[in-house]
Design a protein around this ligand. Structure first.
Ligand SMILES: Nc1nc2c(ncn2[C@@H]2O[C@H](COP(=O)(O)OP(=O)(O)O)[C@@H](O)[C@H]2O)c(=O)[nH]1
Ligand SMILES: [Mg+2]
Length: 240
C-alpha cells in the first residue's frame, strides 16, 4: 500500500464508554500511515460520544472524528452512514470494526496488506489460522449457525460471513453503494457481501483471532438476531 493514502477506520458505537478511549489509542498506536478514525455513535446513553469529543479537543489523535447520528439507532444504519462519510472524506481504504476489542487492532495491518491485491478483505475466524475460542460456547454456536444459514441461502463465497472486521478499497466501497444499504441492524454484514458479489468484487479472507469483548455488554439480542435471519430469507426468496 502506498504510504500517502488515507485509511479511514469506521467504528460504530453504542454504549462503549469503557472501551472507546483505549481502542482509539490502540488504533493510533499502530502507526499506520494515513490512518484516521471515525466513530459513529448513536447518542449512547453512557456518554461514549462525550469521551470522543474530549479526545478530539485534546488534539492528540490527528483526524479523529465523531459522527453523532440523529436517525434511529442501529448497527447497520451506523455502518451505512459511516461508509458514506468515509467516502466523502476522501478515504482510499476503509476499515470497519467493532469498538469492544473483539476485533483486535493488531490485525489491521494484515487486512490492509491483503486489500492491496483485491477489493475487499474479511477478517475471518473460519479460515486456516483463524481463532474463535475465547467466547462462551453458546455465542460461538449462535455465530456458527447464523453464518451457515446466511452462507448457504445466499451462496456467499466467504467462510465467515458474519465478521464485521473488514477492509475495503475505495473502488469496492463505491461499487457497494453504501448510501442505499437497507439493513438497520447487524445483517448489514450480509447485505454488503451480497452487493460485493453482485458487483464482481474480489474478496479475500485473512485469519483473525476473535476474542470476547473487553468490557461492557453485547447489544445482540433475540430481536436483532431474528431480524438478521429475516433479512437473509427476504434476500433469498423475495428479491428479483
Ligand atoms: N452506532 C451503533 N453501534 C452499534 C449499535 N449496536 C451495536 N453497535 C456497535 O457495533 C459493534 C458490535 O456490537 P456488539 O454489541 O459487540 O455485538 P456482538 O459482537 O455481536 O455481541 C460494537 O462496536 C457496538 O458498540 C447501534 O445500534 N448503533
Ligand atoms: Mg462484540
Amino acid at each position: 500500500m502506498t504510504s500517502s493514502l488515507k485509511v479511514l477506520v469506521v467504528v460504530p458505537t453504542y454504549d462503549e464508554a469503557e472501551n472507546i478511549e483505549a481502542l482509539i489509542d490502540a488504533l493510533y498506536g499502530l502507526k499506520v500511515r494515513g490512518l484516521e478514525v471515525l466513530v459513529v455513535d448513536d447518542s449512547s446513553p453512557d456518554g461514549t460520544s462525550a469521551i470522543v469529543e474530549e479526545l478530539i479537543a485534546g488534539g492528540l489523535y490527528g483526524g479523529l472524528r465523531l459522527m453523532t447520528r440523529k436517525g434511529p439507532a442501529g448497527r447497520g444504519w451506523a455502518g451505512r452512514d459511516g461508509f458514506v462519510e468515509a467516502l466523502a472524506l476522501g478515504a482510499d481504504y476503509i476499515v470497519e470494526m467493532d469498538a469492544d476489542f473483539s476485533h483486535q487492532p493488531r490485525h489491521i495491518p494484515e487486512l490492509l496488506a491483503a486489500v492491496d491485491d483485491c477489493d475487499m478483505v474479511v477478517g475471518s475466524r473460519f479460515v486456516g489460522g483463524g481463532v474463535d475460542q475465547d467466547r462462551g460456547l453458546v455465542r460461538r454456536v449462535i455465530t456458527r449457525v447464523a453464518n451457515a444459514f446466511a452462507r448457504s441461502l445466499l451462496g456467499l463465497p466467504v467462510l465467515d460471513c458474519n465478521s464485521g472486521f473488514r477492509a475495503y478499497s475505495r473502488k469496492a466501497m463505491e461499487a457497494i453503494h453504501p448510501d442505499t444499504l437497507e439493513s438497520a441492524g447487524p445483517s448489514i454484514v450480509h447485505e454488503v457481501l451480497v452487493r460485493g458479489r453482485d458487483a464482481g468484487l474480489k474478496v479475500r479472507e485473512v485469519p483473525i483471532e476473535f476474542v470476547d469483548r473487553r468490557k461492557g455488554g453485547s447489544k445482540l439480542d433475540f430481536r436483532r438476531l431474528a431480524a438478521g435471519y429475516w433479512w437473509v430469507l427476504k434476500a433469498r426468496f423475495f428479491r428479483p
